[in-house]
Design a protein around this ligand. Sequence first.
Ligand SMILES: [Zn+2]
Length: 537
Amino acid sequence: MRTRRRLPQHFFCSPSALGEISVLWADLAFARFDAVKIHSASMTTALRTWWLVQIAFALILVVSGGAQTPGQTPPSAMTMMGAPQSSALDRQNFPPLLLQQLSAVKAAALNDDYAYRELTHLTENIGPRATGSPQARAAAEYVGDELHKLGLEVRLEPLTVAHWVRGAETGALVEYPGMVAGTTQKVVLTALGGSAATPAEGITAELVTVNTFEELQALGHDKVAGKIVLFNEMFDKQKAAAGMGFAAYSEAVRYRGAGAKAAADLGAVAALVRSVGNADYRLPHTGFSFPAGIPAGAVTAEDADLMAHLSAQGKVRMHLVLTPQKLPDETGFNVIADLKGTEHPEQVVVVSGHLDSWDLGTGAIDDGAGVVIAMEAAEILQRLHLHPARTLRVIAWMDEETGGAGSKAYTTEYANDFAHYVAAIESDSGAAHPLGFSVKGTAGAIDALRPVQSVLQSVGATVLEATSYAPGADIASMADAGVPAFGVMQDSRTYFNYHHTAADTLDKVVPVELRENAAAMAVMAYALTNMKDPLPR
Ligand SMILES: [Zn+2]
């Protein structure tokens, strides 16, 4: 299983298909933001174990004549293995008072909807928070004010961000085998972030459909130049349904990131990708695409099927209008709020999510949820009058989705302090039931957190899965500097139904599951600020 936990090799563009530069681009694009959140293998392990546990329980219940309580929280992998044995080290790092406080933190999270109320404001009152937008700025000011009200030391740190805005976006098939005279077929699509524009009246060109970069290369310049290329890579729904949503995503998303450049290099006039994800209500999925000087969009899975089927029968021509604009750069803000440590203020534990979202939905699962559970970690400590021994730092990151300007600016400003950071946590995989954490850290660090697993056992969030990659795009530079890094590991089975679509809205967040996420974040954060020794590196 070890090797499967690494980024799949095909996650990066094939060198043979795209050349060295594209490999580098893929690395830059995906290793730094968005798609880096690949804890699929972890999810697999956890979910597989969970199902085995469920089956085992069911068998036991059948034999014993018992009945399962409907709606109970699924036990995690660790639950079935029993509570970790308490060692002398555990007792030294987690004395009885701290364990009681951690239980109180958990109970406070499970019995309050602070995070949900904050998420409601971010998504419904403020709305989509695309990088560079007025809403992104308002969201930063709002989150800063809310954290200030809690008594934290707040600063909004300015940074320069790109400002790309969506325009008109329509598509239609205007020639295809069997077409009824005087009709066309509508294509539901959306522009990808960074896309260039067509003229206002659009372009009309022949469609060429490929499944892979290799197929595109095989066609060559002569068969691609002047045409609209559709990359029809399928999202693996079965994989997502089995809990490996991020693995399925990583396989498909490379076409979204690098497809336009590959098509442009062969003279294509526009590039389209099959929407990445398992949405099946004809919803297009946006996301960042490396600017390639040609219009780039995503068509829905249903329309990709239609276009592929008709292309297989004969000549298809398409009319495409995409008129996004790249506006002048804007000022964005990272929100940074400290609850100063009483004993070691220079030792920092970061809790974070990213405040920017895509513009189609309201960014509830990606990633308003991550921001509000980080806020709640601080809110609970203040509510319970618990004093962190080390500094708890809440960060709402700007620009995770289109280049990671927020994380880069933070690294430039604070990299010299990373030696004193005890840990960094980011939640950016949705708001579904938390299974535990992906951890980039030493075996000793994971071992030292066994008492936290015990506290989180009743939430079902006991998994601490070692990863070789940073388990959060915005905390990657800290992880690279040796700071133990944690990503909240949510159930990913339905995440890509909504991710980056117009359906990423508040109703997709289940309040009870958001409470569980707040509990996981707050318990882990307080454990890290108050365990006797900092985590070994
Ligand atoms: Zn995100």
